[in-house]
Design a protein around this ligand. Sequence first.
Ligand SMILES: *Cc1c(COP(=O)(O)O)cnc(C)c1O
Length: 428
Amino acid sequence: MNLHYQTNDKGHLAIGGADALDLAYEYGTPLYVIDEMRVRDNYRRVYKAFSGEYKKFQIFYAAKANTNLAVLRILEEEGSGIDAVSTGEIYTALLSGFQPERILYTGNNVKTPELEYAMQSGVRINVDSTSQLKRLLEVPGSEGLKISFRVNPLVGAGHHDHCITGGKLSKFGVMEEEAVRVYKLAQELGFNPVGLHTHIGSGILDPEPFKLAVQVLMDVAGRVHSEAGVNFEFIDFGGGLGIPYTPDEPLLEIKTFAKEIVGLFKDKLYQYDLGNPTMCIEPGRYLVGDASYLLTQVNTVKQSYRKFVGVDAGFNTLLRPTMYGSYHHILVADKPEAAPAGNVDVAGNICESGDLFARDRPLPEVKEGDILAIMNAGAYAFSMASHYNSRPLPGEVLVKEGQTDVIRERETFADLLSKQNLPRRLLK
Ligand SMILES: *Cc1c(COP(=O)(O)O)cnc(C)c1O
């Protein structure tokens, strides 16, 4: 099995050297627990694989996967940059210590004030459309600005339709066939286009579509270089590196993957005489996905027309199963190795039938009070959490070598109402 977890001498699930049961009892559930060393190891594995093949290599961590300040600090320490998709992410990344030049802002359908914010903060701006380019022109100080373009290479891939961001149906980027034109336009408008970017989708375990996109993008780079005279400082292939969610899904062999991607990249650099621009990728899920667990307590075991195991988290806490039909492996924290005793539905506490973490899942015997650990809850988990059903957001704990720190406090009812105002006429 390719899912990664550890047990301790009691046979319990251990996260970063701490017993998952102790964490659940001490901090309460539902609780997100992040294993610091796993984030660092994931980063180092990717960095080493690529930089070993090509020296000028930079990772931009896709912050939307997990924007906790501690996670950002850890990755900043490791040397990562940030892929920010909103001004809120720029703000958060700056606050957590990233230098602006290590932040690449890839907005989508942005408003002009957002471009102003990005300009003023000094981050790199990656342009998604000619509309955005022309509005950037109106922003004070944008003259001569170094920019890049996001190009849709007509290749898409991903674990769900919602997560495919290249191809004819995708709203992202400029069309591949208009690339030369938009670079020329940028030059005419007085910009200095020096970067090229794409991102084809998320949750990719098969390297083939990614490789195809690299080739298409490099062909675009070649055309833009020869026809518009652009000398690229960086070429960014986006994120999408997948992780296994089910026990039998394959691992992305990162060393082989890096070798192949860099091989294609270098061939095309040579073919088109593109010099040696920095090669960038933007993994989100790969760095943080398997570094976190959602701990949740079983509060109800119920035999209805089906057998339900009811827990104290719901799709407000972890949306992926409901939103994408995603599989998340579930361990019983005090006996992760126990054999299945039967199939159950693991249901959340939200008032919707779609609020299921698992349907017909083989699980060991589970009783009320048990702690379940939902795996791979580090990416697109807390960052997609909501207040739906008026449930305060859970807390987050960071663990390293058995040392635990609360990095986000569990919300209270007051947090649910903190931004609401009653008009005077409705006051009682
Ligand atoms: C979401 C996103 C990523 C990261 O995707 P992962 O699948 O988490 O690696 C990278 N780049 C951009 C522009 C994104 O929007």
